[in-house]
Design a protein around this ligand. Structure first.
Ligand code: FAD
Ligand code: SF4
Length: 394
């Protein structure tokens, strides 16, 4: 697809120059000429009264989407350990498969990872596709893309879900490009359109100010990445008779992989694991000073929980980024979330709205956090928190 200026039709009126939001049209010898700023947005096409600017549509490959069926979950493993997000995607995948009326499968790549298939069956996969080999021991973009793309081409799944982990974010777009389909990254909600049965993929857009729902009507599979911690994990159950293990022989060779892994250096362990905690006491700019987090830590200790934070608190350098909850921090679903001096911006709420019980302490009765709080306390954190701690001590 591209924008073309028909030089013979151009009368040099300059209407398109003003219409272009990207300053992409120059007038040279009284003729409009496109420069490198052009984004193909098409605004100039409508602006030209002389039909001198046209948008050339590329011939989209027609795809017979009726051949595609089943929901697939990429079951990410590292060092033979299944990542938690695989269980979360299997929980979500089951719900989607039931709505579409199809089967749920897990796809497992690696070396000597067969032991994990029992776990995937326990999480409810109807089928597990496994492909093993020495060149799949460590994740590489080339190796995993080659195998997964071939599996997609052969078995034609209708939906493929990945965790939005470092690996999922690298692999999913490569596979999507290889199999000629679309991908929605970082989804926070997945639903099935009741009429078309297509996947409606919702994610924050424009800096989190709106939620966009994206569909992929003409291509298959419909692919999405989902951030860890967003979906509810599948419950484990016993093995069923009808579950099937399908082996996929791969032909990945050393030559296929353009990078060489010389060493794997593990990052230092995060100082806190807020994602798995049942109780989170979170602080925001309303704490006014870093010492406020000591008070929060006291309350968190009393409740057997951990301390979280808003981005404003992290950016004020009162607490480390490991504690940040929200769109650019962690997504959490604790039993209890206590928000102290946090206004409730959409980007913060995106990371904690799945909490079972939300308590908000804020001195502004109109703070948006009260809209989603189960219990709201209007007051100064430095007055309310000591009273809460005292009450718990008694
Ligand atoms: P404020 O909005 O300043 O709120 C402070 C609150 O404290 C106010 O409601 C005030 O009434 C109350 N208060 C003040 N003093 C007291 C007191 N003594 N006692 C009780 N209450 C008091 N934010 C996140 O949190 N997480 C993210 O992951 C995140 N990602 C973002 C991504 C993008 C692309 C963008 C654009 C923004 C992101 N933000 C994120 C920032 C977000 O928009 C807000 O700016 C941020 O959440 C505000 O933090 P806050 O609630 O602590 O501060
Ligand atoms: Fe400018 Fe958009 Fe026209 Fe390109 S297509 S020249 S960016 S108005």
């Amino acid at each position: 697809m591209g924008i073309k200026i028909l030089q013979d039709e151009c009368v040099g009126c300059t209407l398109c120059v003003g219409a272009c939001p990207f300053d992409a049209i120059d007038m040279i010898d009284s003729k409009a000429v496109m420069n490198d700023n052009c984004t193909n947005c098409g605004a100039c096409v409508d602006a030209c009264n002389f039909g001198a600017i046209i948008k050339e549509e590329s011939q989209m490959k027609q795809m017979d989407i009726t051949q595609y069926k089943d929901v697939w979950v990429f079951a990410e493993q590292r060092d033979g350990q299944l990542m938690d997000v695989a269980a979360e995607l299997l929980g979500e995948g089951r719900r989607l498969a039931e709505e579409v009326g199809c089967e749920l499968s897990a796809v497992l790549l690696g070396e000597d990872v067969r032991d994990l298939t029992d776990e995937l069956f326990a999480y409810g996969a109807d089928k597990v596709y496994i492909s093993e080999g020495e060149h799949l021991k460590q994740y590489t973009t080339d190796g995993y893309t080659k195998v997964l793309s071939k599996m997609v081409e052969e078995y034609k799944p209708e939906i493929v879900l990945f965790g939005a982990t470092h690996i999922g974010r690298d692999l999913a777009p490569r596979v999507a490009a290889r199999v000629d389909t679309g991908l929605t990254a970082d989804c926070t909600k997945l639903e099935i359109d009741p009429e078309e049965k297509g996947l409606m993929q919702t994610r924050p857009a424009f800096g989190g100010n709106i939620m966009a729902t994206i569909i992929c009507p003409k291509h298959r599979p419909q692919m999405a990445t989902v951030r860890p911690g967003v979906m509810e994990r599948a419950e484990k159950s016993g093995k069923r008779e009808d579950q099937e293990l399908i082996e996929f022989k791969n032909d990945v060779t050393e030559e296929d992989i353009r990078i060489k892994i010389l060493d794997v250096v593990k990052a230092g362990k995060a100082s806190v694991n807020i994602v798995d905690s049942e109780v989170i006491v979170s602080g925001g700019r309303g704490l006014e000073k870093p010492e406020g987090f000591e008070l929060l830590q006291t309350l968190a200790d009393k409740l057997g929980g951990v301390v979280g934070a808003s981005r404003a608190a992290v950016e004020s350098e009162w607490i480390d980024h490991d504690h940040q909850v929200g769109q650019t921090g962690k997504t959490v679903r604790p039993e209890l979330y206590i928000a102290c001096g946090i206004s409730g911006a959409i980007q913060h709420i995106a990371g904690m709205q799945g909490a079972k019980t939300i308590v908000a302490i804020n001195k502004n009765p109109d703070a948006p956090i009260f809209k989603i709080a189960d219990i709201g306390i209007v007051g100064d954190v430095y007055e309310v928190l000591p009273k809460l701690i005292d009450a718990l001590e008694k």
